[in-house]
Design a binder for this molecule. Structure first.
Ligand code: G
Ligand code: G
Ligand code: NA
Ligand code: MN
Length: 253
């Protein structure tokens, strides 16, 4: 109850925070994008992580205003960075239920317009379970978003229960290799083989590939050797408060 009350208050006050984790080009080290990750600040100032309130938001319907506010903040940030001379593509996590809202497409286009953000600088990160929700309706919405230039990435790839036919059915632009494979790939040949296979799959289907959860130089080197071009993880940076992300990555010239 305490968390629900604090979440409602944060939504009323538009006080949710979004942290940003950089995505990097693994070859050059250059910034390749950012993922927005929502945070709730408790009354005592501590940060409540999303695993503690996203499920609650889904049960109570608060996921809809939450999703809109996160999208709004991410578009505002990307637009500000663009105006400062740093185009950074921002990834926003979308919960399954958000697709069941018939206004979702309009919500996205309204946010782009509000901040004059080119659709190419927005990526929506969806999980396989989100896609399993309402197959045809979800595809229609994603197709319309893809048609206007928004890219769709499949998050936590390899861990869901879906089949590879999803890759044909949905208009995907990016696969994100789940961090469990990256975590184990140096000690477990099977995890390494799976990463290798996903890299080949992405390349032959002309999908971008992002490795998640890179924590060590050895993992970075192994991913690079296998031909992976982009990634994110604690090795580069944990998710950062927006001011810190800007001071580290955004050119203020
Ligand atoms: O930031 P952290 O690694 O603690 O995120 C935990 C989980 O919460 C991840 O699965 C992430 O995708 C999810 N998450 C973070 N921000 C959002 C958000 O804005 N919307 C939704 N639906 N999920 C989010
Ligand atoms: O489900 P999704 O991929 O959106 O989850 C992102 C989550 O992963 C966030 O909670 C983020 O804090 C976390 N994360 C980001 N980089 C790393 C990492 O290198 N190691 C671990 N263990 N978690 C990470
Ligand atoms: Na994500
Ligand atoms: Mn993920």
């Amino acid at each position: 109850f305490a968390i629900e009350r604090q979440l409602k208050r944060a939504l009323d006050d538009h006080a949710l925070e979004v942290f940003y984790q950089p995505k990097h080009n693994l070859i050059t080290g250059a910034l390749a994008g950012a993922e927005g990750l929502v945070r709730l600040r408790a009354e005592d100032g501590t940060i409540i992580p999303p695993d503690n309130f996203i499920p609650l938001a889904e049960e109570t319907g608060l996921i809809h205003p939450l999703g809109e506010q996160v999208l709004d903040q991410c578009c505002a940030a990307a637009s500000r960075w663009l105006k400062q001379g740093s185009p950074v593509k921002v990834g926003v996590n979308i919960a399954a239920l958000q697709f069941s809202n018939s206004g979702f497409f309009d919500t996205v286009t309204r946010a782009l317009k509000k901040y004059d953000l080119p659709a190419e600088l927005l990526e929506l990160e969806v999980t396989e379970s989100a896609l399993m929700h309402d197959f045809d309706e979800t595809r229609n919405i994603l197709q319309k978003l893809s048609d206007i230039g928004v890219s769709i990435s499949l998050d936590d790839f390899g861990t869901g229960y879906s089949s590879l036919s999803y890759l044909r059915f949905f208009p995907l632009g990016v696969l994100k290799v789940d961090r469990s494979f990256v975590k184990d790939m140096l000690s477990d040949g099977q995890a390494r083989s799976i990463v290798d296979a996903i890299i080949h799959l992405a390349r032959s289907m002309h999908l971008e590939l992002v490795a998640e959860g890179i924590e060590t130089k050895a993992q970075l080197d192994a991913l690079r050797d296998l031909g992976c071009q982009e990634g994110q993880g604690y090795y580069y940076s944990k998710p950062l408060p927006v001011a810190e992300f800007e001071s580290r990555y955004v050119n203020m010239a």
